[in-house]
Design a protein around this ligand. Structure first.
Ligand code: ISL
Ligand code: CA
Length: 553
């Protein structure tokens, strides 16, 4: 396997609106991030990924970009951004930006032009259709409720939007559009950024003729606009035109992929992307849609993680993540935020940092932030949640109260509450009331109470990140072997690199597990050093709730 800094990195995702507010308007900003760079340096991460800070229509918190080359004034100025970049680089931190190129904002100059007339030079930057039999062109459903087609009065045609109607899809079939995107990417790369996280990049190719989705299933959507074969031509072109010319990191966000498909996006000889975000583990919990999900069994999580470890081994590279700005807090989804918040945060972190792949830490998980469980409608801001509430009310007569359990479980605002820096008002995020409420638990769960405290979740993350720098086996270790794979909650695996073996044992449940370890594991451990453990005393017959330990031999 080729060695690279992209594989060795630990990436930290910043959601700028909620990280740090420097000018006390209640919204996080670039100068706020600069003021916390030393914190990130102390944590030990190597790459920062910034969710969008470009000029935006504000319909989807920055994922609806109205000018790809400008900074949204609510975050600061271009000078602030350049300053952030140089301050990050000074500290040896790399910085990547979000590239949102499947769609723009309807407030983008291109779209304002495009909708004016059918012969406008920008018309073909977007996807237009007359409709079929006096109706929408297809039965496709938006990720954010309702049809994906919006009728545009000016020209009597529909345009496609896989997300909100304020996010028209860009037409990648148009070579001029593709060149514009590559120029934008070069603009930022030439400024000195270190790469891109590419938003829903496996959606950019749409099936010709926009056929109807047969059933409302994933595989059916796959026949229309997800992972279409032609997407690889676009990505290889993007690689040739932009990525290959820089020493950069490229990570694609790709809903609905299998390891086989992921190998196509990330295979080293394919010249597409370094790695992608798959969704199988975050979509666990059954149900026909996101809002019908239930609890996740530890064994299901084990099985999915193993499937991806084995599936990409030698064929591609994993991105490892358990949360981000679209997901609930990992502690609340996969751990036990009520009874074992600290233990489960550490256990899940152990898994995140010791599987093969590049780990991504989402702001706040390193101190064990959990879902806020807001109970009032006005506490929710996310367009996905608000649209869902409208839809469920209209279609199924459901009230906010009816939907609250689902929102508590998977709503996106769960992860977007302000970063908890200290126990002062508004958690040290701002001096004024923030755009989204702070989680009430900030009084006890915050950075100030954890930095330099040996037992804290923060110190545990710091330790895991530093172990990655010390031991190559954590990065490059291969030959993932799982033990007791049928066990309902003990996750046990080993990884090998040269003459080193890493052994990991994690109890993914809130129960104490009595279990005799396999002989092979026992003998490996007897000749090894324990490099991290989230309990003071290790008893290898009795694994307390969310026990986690890693050994090196
Ligand atoms: O959030 C999701 C699950 O509820 C996903 O369906 C999500 O919409 C999908 O992963 C795409 O996410 C990305 O693109 C969206 C944006 O809203 C998300 O924040 C972004 O991460 C549209 O740009
Ligand atoms: Ca601000």
């Amino acid at each position: 396997m080729k060695k690279s800094w992209q594989k060795e990195a630990v990436v930290y995702q910043i959601y700028p609106m909620s990280f740090m507010d420097s000018n006390n308007d209640g919204i996080g900003d670039i100068n706020g991030i600069i003021s916390r760079l030393d914190y990130l340096k102390d944590l030990g991460i190597s790459v920062i990924w910034l969710s969008p800070i470009y000029m935006s229509g504000g319909a989807d918190n920055g994922y609806d970009i109205s000018d790809y080359r400008q900074i949204d004034p609510k975050f600061g100025t271009m000078e602030d951004f350049k300053n952030l970049l140089s301050e990050a680089h000074k500290r040896g931190l790399k910085l990547i930006m979000d590239g949102v190129y499947n769609h723009s904002s309807d407030e983008h100059r291109w779209f304002i032009e495009a909708k004016k007339s059918k012969d406008n030079p920008y018309r073909d930057y977007y996807i237009w259709h007359d409709g079929k039999n006096g109706n929408v062109p297809s039965n496709w459903q938006s990720f954010f409720s309702g049809t994906t087609w919006k009728y545009s009065e000016e020209t009597g045609q529909y345009y496609l939007h896989l997300f909100t109607e304020k996010q028209p899809d860009l037409n990648w079939e148009n070579p001029k559009l593709r060149q514009e995107i590559y120029e934008i990417m070069r603009f930022w790369m030439d400024m000195g950024i270190d790469g891109f996280r590419l938003d829903v990049i496996n959606l950019i190719k749409k099936e010709e003729g926009f056929p109807n989705i047969k059933e409302n299933t994933r595989s059916s959507a796959n026949e229309c606009y997800i992972n279409r074969p032609g997407v690889h031509d676009f990505l290889q072109e993007m690689n040739r035109e932009v990525l290959a010319h820089y020493d950069c990191i490229s990570v694609g966000e790709t809903p609905d992929v299998t390891p086989e498909i992921a190998a196509l996006y990330t295979g080293e000889d394919r010249n597409e992307l370094n790695m992608i975000f798959q969704f199988e583990h975050v979509n666990l919990g059954g149900g026909s849609s996101k809002w019908e999900r239930g609890k996740i069994k530890p064994i299901e999580l084990k099985q999915v993680m193993t499937k991806w470890q084995k599936g990409l081994e030698g064929k591609g590279w994993n991105s490892l993540y358990l949360s981000n700005h679209d997901q609930p807090r990992l502690l609340s989804r996969f751990g036990d935020d009520k009874n074992y918040p600290v233990e489960s945060a550490k256990a899940l972190a152990t898994m995140l940092h010791t599987l093969q792949g590049t780990p991504y830490v989402y702001q706040g998980e390193e101190i064990g932030m959990s879902n806020p469980y807001f109970n009032r409608p006005e506490q929710y801001k996310d367009v996905e949640t608000l649209n869902m509430l409208k839809e469920y009310e209209q279609k199924h007569g459901k009230t906010f109260e009816d939907m609250l359990p689902a929102i508590h479980l998977v709503g996106r605002d769960n992860a977007r509450t302000p970063m908890q820096w200290d126990s002062s008002q508004y958690a040290g995020f701002s001096m004024v009331e923030p755009w989204l409420d702070v989680n009430k638990n900030y009084v006890s769960i915050n950075v100030a109470s954890q930095q330099n405290v040996e037992e804290s979740v923060f110190s545990y993350y710091k330790k895991l990140i530093s172990l990655r720098k010390e031991h190559e086996v954590i990065v490059y270790g291969s030959y993932f072997t799982e033990y007791l794979s049928e066990h309902e909650s003990l996750y046990i695996y080993t990884r090998k690199h040269e003459d080193k073996t890493l052994i990991v044992i994690i109890n993914l449940s809130s129960n104490t597990i009595n279990c005799e370890l396999p002989t092979e594991i026992k003998s490996l451990i007897s000749n090894s050093e324990n490099i991290i453990c989230n309990y003071k005393h290790i008893n290898l017959l009795n694994f307390p709730p969310f026990f986690a330990a890693a050994y090196l031999s």
